[in-house]
Structure formats: structure tokens, C-alpha cells
Design a protein around this ligand. Structure first.
Ligand code: FPP
Length: 240
């Protein structure tokens, strides 16, 4: 288990979800192809995962590819698939080797078969690990996830509760994110974890993802620790 060395008192986020936006703009500003931005983004994500686990974060969920992203030009999508094909196992494997369970969330049936297999193998190899997890959202869309869950409930023929419905989502068994970080200047959730984000703290950074440093992550965690999470209650109720 990692050690929180950056905050004294306040809350520490167990689960951080990250919207890694701005890889393309980062590359464009440097007159580089977008694919180079994605490669740097992937490398930065691995660095942030290592930092987060070192501090004691238990779950990290990464928005790697949305259902909407699949509509990008074929060349860019193929580039992203190749990046995953060539580097996913090596990079993610390095983090998972330290006892981290990997889960893919999303409609992975939309991926090329070899990529589906890479994800399945990584899930199977790391299923033995408990306590720490990386969730990679690929071909993920929150509306798609909710519709999929509703259809599963209909098939079961059972009424749902908030808890039983949560267990029909791709994130079954994973606690809701405490903190959602989005880089790249935009201030929106873009169809990410809409059900699970009901009480998440949101943190937006103007930095493009490849330049979001470990220190920036520390800053986001420090800010989270200072926020009061009321979950709909009053301050007085929280003091009891
Ligand atoms: C957003 O930047 C990023 C993406 C659409 C893809 C990111 C995915 C990867 C780098 C591969 C998988 C990574 C891991 C860690 C499993 P953008 O292209 O939308 O940037 P822009 O808004 O500047 O154009």
C-alpha cells in the first residue's frame, strides 16, 4: 500500500478518474502528428498511475477511448489501436506487476479482436490482485452503459434499486470515483461515468494531458482534500 505524503488532515481520494484530454492539441502546437501526442499521453498516464498508487490511491479509471472517439478519422483510430497493440502490455504490465488488477470498461466488442484478446489476457493475469485497480474505459460511453444496464435489468425481469443498478454497470464492484480530473481546458464530463459521478469532486486543468505533471496531480489531490463533501447533507449533520 502506498503512502500519502502530500496532505495532512482532510480527505484522501481512494478512486481518481481521469479524462486525458489535449493530446492532439499538445502535438499540433509542436507541429507533430496527433499520434505523437497520444504516445506522450499514454506515457504520462503511466507516470501518473505510478505516482497515484505510490501515494495510496486505490483505483484509477482512465478515459482512453469513448464511443464518440470511434467516429474520428480512420487513420487516427488505427494509430490509437496500434499504440495499444504495441505498448499496452508493456506499459500497463509494468504498473500491474506491482499488484494492480486491470479491468476494461466499455463495449469492448467494438475493438479489433486482437485488442480484445490483449485486454482479456491482462484482466485474467491480474484478477488475482485485490485492493488496487486500473480501469481502462475503452469504447466507453456513459449513456451506452446505462442503456445496456437497463436492458440487462429488463432481461432479468426485476425492478432495480440504486445499488442493484450500479451492479449492472460496466463498473460493477468498483467504488464510485471520489475525484474526476479533466485536462485540456474543457469543462465538461463528455459522457464519462455519468451515474457514478453523482457525488464526485470535479477538477479541471488547463494543461494539455502530456504536460500534466506528477506535481499537478499532487495539487489536484490537495485541493480535493480541502473540499467538503456533503452528499446532500448540511454542515451540522456532517459534524455529528
Ligand atoms: C484525448 O486527446 C485522448 C484520446 C482521444 C485518446 C487517448 C488514448 C490513448 C493515449 C491510448 C490509451 C491509453 C492508456 C493509458 C490505456 P484528444 O485527441 O481529444 O486531444 P485534443 O482535444 O487536443 O484533440
Amino acid at each position: 500500500m502506498g503512502k500519502n505524503t502530500i496532505i495532512e488532515g482532510g480527505r484522501f481520494p481512494k478512486h481518481i478518474a481521469i479524462i486525458m484530454d489535449g493530446n492532439g492539441r499538445w502535438a499540433k502546437r509542436r507541429l507533430l502528428p496527433r499520434s505523437v501526442g497520444h504516445k506522450h499521453g499514454m506515457e504520462r498516464m503511466i507516470g501518473l498511475m505510478e505516482r497515484a498508487f505510490e501515494l495510496g490511491v486505490e483505483y484509477i479509471t482512465v478515459y482512453a477511448l469513448s464511443t464518440e472517439n470511434l467516429k474520428r478519422p480512420k487513420e487516427e483510430i488505427d494509430g490509437l489501436f496500434n499504440l495499444m497493440r504495441n505498448h499496452f502490455r508493456e506499459y500497463i504490465g509494468r504498473v500491474c506487476a506491482k499488484g494492480v488488477r486491470l479491468r476494461a470498461i466499455g463495449d469492448t466488442s467494438l475493438l479489433p479482436e486482437d485488442l480484445q484478446q490483449i485486454l482479456k489476457d491482462s484482466e485474467a493475469e491480474t484478477a488475482k490482485y485485490e485492493g488496487k485497480g486500473i480501469n481502462v474505459a475503452v469504447c466507453y460511453g456513459a449513456r451506452d452503459e446505462i442503456v445496456h444496464a437497463v436492458n440487462r435489468a429488463i432481461e432479468k425481469g426485476e425492478k432495480v434499486t440504486e445499488e442493484s443498478f450500479a451492479n449492472l454497470l460496466y463498473t460493477e464492484g468498483i467504488p464510485d470515483p471520489d475525484l474526476i480530473i479533466r485536462t485540456g481546458k474543457e469543462v465538461r464530463l463528455s459522457n464519462f461515468l455519468l451515474y457514478q459521478a453523482a457525488y464526485s469532486e470535479l477538477y479541471f486543468s488547463k494543461k494539455m494531458f502530456p504536460e500534466f505533471s506528477d506535481r499537478d496531480l499532487d495539487k489536484a489531490i490537495k485541493e480535493f482534500s480541502k473540499r467538503t463533501r456533503r452528499f446532500g447533507k448540511t454542515d451540522d449533520q456532517l459534524k455529528k
